[in-house]
Design a protein around this ligand. Structure first.
Ligand code: ATP
Ligand code: MG
Length: 426
């Protein structure tokens, strides 16, 4: 190719001096593209996308530089569905949806800034008067059938929770024993929230998910009010599953609030829970979740409260296959040997597996951008990503082992003990 124009040369110097400046780099990429240097334009656009994955201009420029019709209204798709005649200029046929791939890589790269969850007040403490809005999800999106593998978990859920609720006869028979909630526990990222949502789906109930950390408020009395509002919302929306995530936050060990205030908060929750079998609470089902059940306030674990526990373990082989299949579903892949990946990912959590698929997609896309030749996500990318990752559940099992050894009072962690023995960790 001929020497670059002086304008391009000086822009290159400017970009080298300010490598983070995305608009500047995009300007350079556009000039390169106009000058017919598509590969160089792709390289610049790729760097811009690394800095600003969501930047629409960068994406559009990348698409143009790759010779893919630009997304959006500018697309020159023929109105009729008849295929273009063979004599017309061949549209670059690359075999997969570049735009979708770009969108996925947008997800793979973390946002550059963390957005505050609530607007901060001047002193940065958050607005104490701002009543939290509790989002209620409509039923049906996820069912137990969507939960891959984990047959034991499903069987226990069916027997201990769903069957009695589905069947009014059984429900009457069980009577009191249906009070209280079910506590899901296990290592992080292994599907507690997912399973809870599936339970709501099975019951045809709405799903109100709250992190106990969000309920806690530094202002005295506000936490109690928040808890009450959560349950009031659920009662209004019944049938509704209330999912209390991070229940251990009420345990006092890692509390943000003063301990006497925490007592009141626990008591408020007990009041709401104890009311769950009263007529007013018909159709309100309570599920809790925690990674550290041994830190959950003992008052909450007493009979009639969160007395039943369900261990949600790292996905077994069928679950891993389902999770991998799910995350690769819409991605441009070729020759992926799921069996091999499943074998290699023993101990990986669902979140680890999602991360693995994202990393593989990222490596294939960056590679495509670098070389200017689009290629699919293959085993090379997935195996590479798997090698980079270690199962995030390991530290959890280290502390769970101690609990199983020294704190299994009343056999409350028998499930855990059995699992650790099966895995020869005990
Ligand atoms: N058995 C499964 N089948 C299908 N997908 C699963 C399964 N287990 C986990 N996942 C996926 O893994 C992801 C992580 O699961 P989830 O958020 O429910 O974990 P968690 O136990 O609630 O984690 P945390 O402790 O971080 O709250 C979910 O997005 C879900 O899609
Ligand atoms: Mg969760």
């Amino acid at each position: 190719m001929s020497a670059e124009s002086p304008l391009i040369q000086s822009l290159r110097t400017a970009v080298a001096a300010a490598p983070q400046d995305v608009p500047l780099r995009l300007h350079l990429a556009q000039l390169l593209l106009d000058a017919g240097a598509a590969d160089a334009a792709v390289a610049e656009a790729a760097v811009a996308l690394q800095h600003a994955p969501g930047d629409a201009q960068a994406r559009a420029l990348m698409a143009r530089a790759m010779g893919v019709p630009a997304p959006g209204p500018a697309t020159t798709a023929p109105a009729s569905s008849t295929p273009a005649p063979a004599s017309s200029t061949p549209a670059p046929q690359r075999g997969f949806d570049w735009k979708a791939a770009e969108e996925q890589i947008g997800d793979a790269v973390p946002p550059r800034f963390v957005e505050p969850e609530a607007p901060l007040t001047e002193d940065g403490s958050g607005d104490p008067g701002d009543a939290a809005a509790w989002d209620v999800e409509v039923p049906g999106a996820v069912r137990l059938a969507d939960v891959g593998g984990l047959q034991e978990v499903k069987d226990r859920l069916e027997a201990a929770f769903l069957a009695p609720l589905r069947n009014p006869e059984l429900r009457r028979l069980y009577g009191k024993s249906l009070r209280g909630g079910l506590l899901l526990y296990g290592p992080p990222g292994c599907g507690k929230t997912f399973v809870a949502r599936a339970v709501a789906g099975e019951l045809g109930a709405k799903f109100l998910s709250v992190s106990v950390n969000d309920v806690l408020d530094m202002w005295i009395g506000n936490s109690e009010r928040n808890i009450h509002e959560v349950f009031e919302t659920a009662r209004r929306q019944a049938p509704c599953v209330v999912f209390l995530d991070e229940l251990d936050a009420l345990g006092g060990k890692r509390s943000r609030t003063h301990s006497s205030g925490m007592r009141n908060t626990v008591n408020q929750l007990l009041t709401e829970l104890d009311g769950v079998d009263a007529a007013a609470n018909e159709g309100v089902f309570v599920l809790g979740a925690t990674n550290v059940p041994w830190d959950v306030d003992l008052a909450l674990r007493r009979p009639g409260r969160f007395d039943r526990t369900l261990l949600v373990l790292p996905p077994d082989a069928p679950a891993r296959e389902a999770i991998l299949r799910h995350h690769l579903r819409d991605r441009p892949i070729e020759n992926v040997d799921l069996g091999k990946l499943v074998k290699l990912t023993e101990g990986f959590s669902g979140a680890d597996l999602a991360h693995l698929c994202e990393s593989a997609a990222e490596s294939a896309l960056l590679d495509s951008a670098r070389t200017g030749t689009v290629r699919m996500i293959g085993m090379k990318d997935l195996l590479g990503a798997a090698k980079q990752l270690t199962p995030s559940t390991e530290p959890w099992f280290a502390s769970a082992r101690n609990v199983a050894l020294y704190a299994n009072e009343g056999g409350q962690y028998d499930d855990l003990v059995a699992y650790l023995k099966r895995k020869r960790r005990l």
